[in-house]
Design a protein around this ligand. Structure first.
Ligand SMILES: CC(=O)CC(=O)SCCNC(=O)CCNC(=O)[C@H](O)C(C)(C)COP(=O)(O)OP(=O)(O)OC[C@H]1O[C@@H](n2cnc3c(N)ncnc32)[C@H](O)[C@@H]1OP(=O)(O)O
Ligand SMILES: NC(=O)C1=CN([C@@H]2O[C@H](COP(=O)(O)OP(=O)(O)OC[C@H]3O[C@@H](n4cnc5c(N)ncnc54)[C@H](OP(=O)(O)O)[C@@H]3O)[C@@H](O)[C@H]2O)C=CC1
Length: 291
């Protein structure tokens, strides 16, 4: 099937990145969030990131302007009715995602594909709550979307071959390489990455090292581009905790239990960069370790 219009639900860090790369690939984009402020913030982030690509010589000014002109933002789900595929990138909460699908399904073209950018939740279970489990798929982008090369593609048990092929082709058109993951909790990347971040929080909690030492150890000792605590802050500690909970419950194994210190940070609203404080305090430049 031909995809020319992409709908994106959720204008947070992932939604704005997905809209950015889709528009740059020549697709029309409809970006929807509950709050107009979130949409406005996403549009200015996209504009800033496109400017950065222009200044680094990755794209020219005409491509930037054309991409911005292809993105229409708003708060009405009905704006998604023109979409050939809708990629849901709202907060990592199953109840929220299910209520979004319930609301959006009656508005979609019958042949439209529904994809979720979920980091961890069962694609089969999300698909079963819609009218189109055969046209439902996991399309898991990595953060920051304009930079990271991978899209994990996750088939639910009912996903058909045409949907799988269309989504693989779309990811390639957006300049990404795909890795196919089976529908197990947190798929491939987060099955490995998030327990590592959780383990770093245990190490911090137990006093094995402070924030600076733990991050320096993994950056300089294992060539990671960011330390695990810095990366947790970058992803969002609420998202990291949600993924650990899906792993813990879905695998039924205590080795995935979330660190109590991670839980406490989320309870405090210290969600990382997006809230101004996580394992670092982002009101300082450079960000100051909190422990
Ligand atoms: C939780 C999940 O479900 C799954 C996930 O996404 S897990 C998270 C996966 N992501 C990671 O692991 C990211 C790890 N971190 C990194 O790779 C790097 O620190 C980083 C790419 C984010 C930044 O790299 P850096 O070298 O410190 O910074 P910087 O030099 O500013 O950026 C590198 C390049 O990316 C570009 N860039 C960075 N952020 C960008 C953005 N948001 N939009 C566009 N371009 C961006 C920069 O312009 C720069 O481009 P050039 O190479 O052409 O110069
Ligand atoms: N962060 C990461 O590194 C990655 C995250 N993901 C996944 O992508 C998804 C989004 O994560 P991320 O962008 O980081 O999260 P953010 O918190 O940055 O953004 C989520 C956005 O969804 C909005 N939202 C909440 N409810 C609704 C709704 N009913 N309809 C439309 N929008 C809504 C939120 O609004 P408000 O703030 O008002 O609640 C917010 O703007 C999650 O499923 C996450 O697991 C996937 C890969 C990487």
């Amino acid at each position: 099937m031909t995809i020319s219009t992409v709908g994106v639900i959720g204008a947070g860090q992932m939604g704005n990145g997905i809209a950015h790369v889709a528009a740059l690939a020549g697709l029309d984009v409809v970006l929807v969030d509950v709050k107009q402020e979130a949409v406005d913030k996403a549009m200015s982030t996209i504009s800033r990131n496109l400017d950065r690509q222009v200044s680094k010589g990755g794209i020219d000014a005409a491509a930037r302007d054309a991409a911005l002109g292809r993105i229409q933002g708003g708060t009405e789900m009905s704006e998604l009715s023109a979409a050939d595929i809708v990629i849901e990138a709202a907060t990592e909460r199953e109840d929220l995602k299910l209520s979004i699908f319930k609301q959006v399904v009656p508005l979609l073209k019958p042949e439209a594909i529904l994809a979720s950018n979920t980091s961890s939740i069962s694609i089969t279970r999300l698909a079963a709550a819609t009218d189109r489990p055969h046209r439902f798929i996991g399309m898991h982008f990595m953060n920051p979307v304009p930079v990271m090369k991978l899209v994990e593609v996750i088939r639910g048990i009912a996903t058909d071959d045409a949907t799988f092929a269309a989504v693989q082709a779309l990811a390639e058109r957006m300049g990404k390489t795909t890795a196919v993951a089976q529908d197990y909790p947190a798929f491939i990347v987060n099955r490995v990455l998030i327990p590592m971040i959780n383990e770093a929080v245990y190490a911090l909690q137990e006093g094995v090292g402070d924030v600076r030492s733990i991050d320096a150890a993994l950056k300089l000792g294992a060539a990671h581009p960011m330390g695990p605590l810095e990366l947790g802050d970058f992803i969002g500690l609420d998202t990291c905790l949600a993924i650990m909970r899906v792993l813990h419950e879905g695998m039924g194994d205590s080795k995935y239990r979330p660190s109590p210190l991670l839980v406490k940070h989320v309870e405090a609203g210290w969600l990382g960069r997006k809230s101004g404080r996580g394992f670092y305090d982002y009101s300082q430049d450079p960000p100051k370790p909190t422990r």
